[in-house]
Ligand binder design. Sequence first.
Ligand code: OXD
Ligand code: MN
Length: 611
Amino acid sequence: MSVTEQDVRAAAPANTPEDVLAWVAEVAALTTPDAIEFSDGTQEEWDRLTSLMVETGVFTRLNEEKRPNSFLARSLPSDVARVESRTFICSEKEEDAGPTNHWADPVEMKATLKEKFTGCMKGRTMYVIPFSMGPLGGPISQLGIEISDSPYVVCNMRIMTRMGKEAMDLIAEGKPWVPAVHSVGVPLEDGQEDTTWPCNDEKYITHFPETNEIWSFGSGYGGNALLGKKCFALRIASTMAKRDGWMAEHMLILRLTRESDGRQFHITAAFPSACGKTNLAMLEPTIPGYKVETVGDDIAWMRPGPDGRLYAINPEAGFFGVAPGTSYSTNPMAMETMKANSIFTNVALTDDGDVWWEGIDGEVPAHLIDWHGNDWTPESGEKAAHPNSRFTVPASQCPIICSDWEAPEGVAVDAILFGGRRASNVPLVAEQYEPAHGVFIGASVASEVTAAATDVKAGALRHDPFAMLPFCGYNMADYWGHWLDMQAKLGDKFPKAYQVNWFRKDDEGNWLWPGYGDNSRVLDWIVRRVAGEVEAIDGVTGRYPKFEDFNLDGLDVTEESWAKLFHICPDAWAAEMDDTEEYFKTFGDKVPAPILEQLAKFRERIAAARD
Ligand code: OXD
Ligand code: MN
């Protein structure tokens, strides 16, 4: 027996508005689940669902002493990351999705989805998950309701968003909300046993920007299934932001407090997926005199405040971070954050019931259960944890979470960083010449591809403007135009942009910069620039620090290796700009004129460097 409208009404909290009831009943009639639950976000619900998943084998409970209230899930090898090739923007006009998105006609896609979702929840429970992106009731926050047939999604959403009763109460007050429907796409016939990671080989991650709808089919993993994150907080929110004059960005947010005068600086930074945003957000400065506090590690929503400055909130409530490479030496604060109440996906399991991954502290264990669920030894020759394995952890558990991380009005942004993984060409740090140059820097970012998506070749260099390539819900060139508009609106109150690159190597392939906590040295220079305390030298890609102004105390960076960090090869840059021009051409006449002017100015600087 599948769920009826009466069942929906009976399961819903008493204050559920009629429009929500009607929508849930409609989705239930289409997907025919066996049961329905409205998520309330309570501890009781978490305990019940995590125990259920332990019983069904979806979750392995980790050692209660080592990792209390924490669980391990293993996905199928076919469902380990976002699938960009199956991610669609279904705007009415194809040009509004632009060349960087997969576009699908909304009417045709709705027809396809109708077919895929028909009966797709049979044998399963439908969970109705009200959630808030951003502090409950905050002026920059937004509400949503995700319907999902995955209890794994419910538990992850409880960590990643403000989920449950309080969000429903706000919806009941009549606040707007975004509808998001998710199914793993595996109906169960009567008596058919479920698997521990149901998913469908055919996947559709679809967005309807004109109606703010999200429909996701076939995957249970991360950004494909936790619809508040990439689907809502970036793809749909970026289109809302363009319409309403704000910004939804793939950026971390941190607070840097300078102890000498107590001045606080807030920095946001856009790096492509799996390029160390979590590490920078939780950085432990190696230089004295600064304290870092984390506001967010992945997404920033920014709006002009009453004083004309740009204010940022982290719309998420948790971190969904890449596990491999995370350790007490690379990110002690992340390690502390995940000590309890955490979900791990596709990491390895130790013999004493704890988690393990490549790059974690200590000796490599002699025996593990790998992410496939098989015995593993160091001789196995394969990675024990998947390169995109993740931890889902409550942000509130981060020891350096900023006291204002839930401030509804956000924090005032002082500087914006753009980075990527670049072994050559891109200097350690460069400041924009002028606002349009800042947008040009963001627009021309290219980075070595990581494991965060399944269907792009790791290691290759790809253009990833503003680290938004997979996340911009509309035409990327119009998005650059929106940035220029926001800059024009805020004038000199709009934060300056800086291009950074921690990943430069010498000709022998050695890292030129230690990175991690030493990136505080770069932040130190940036905030002194913001405060107008140091000068910069005009260079090819932007304005650079003077060697003598930059704090290198205790580091083995000589004037010679410093020169290598800032070395510019005009030929390489000329070639890169030819490539960038070709890339810009794919957007036709949508590329804003100021961006093309910046390209021309950059070429002049390259030519001058040749003389
Ligand atoms: C993420 C990503 O999971 O960018 O944050 O892929
Ligand atoms: Mn991300």
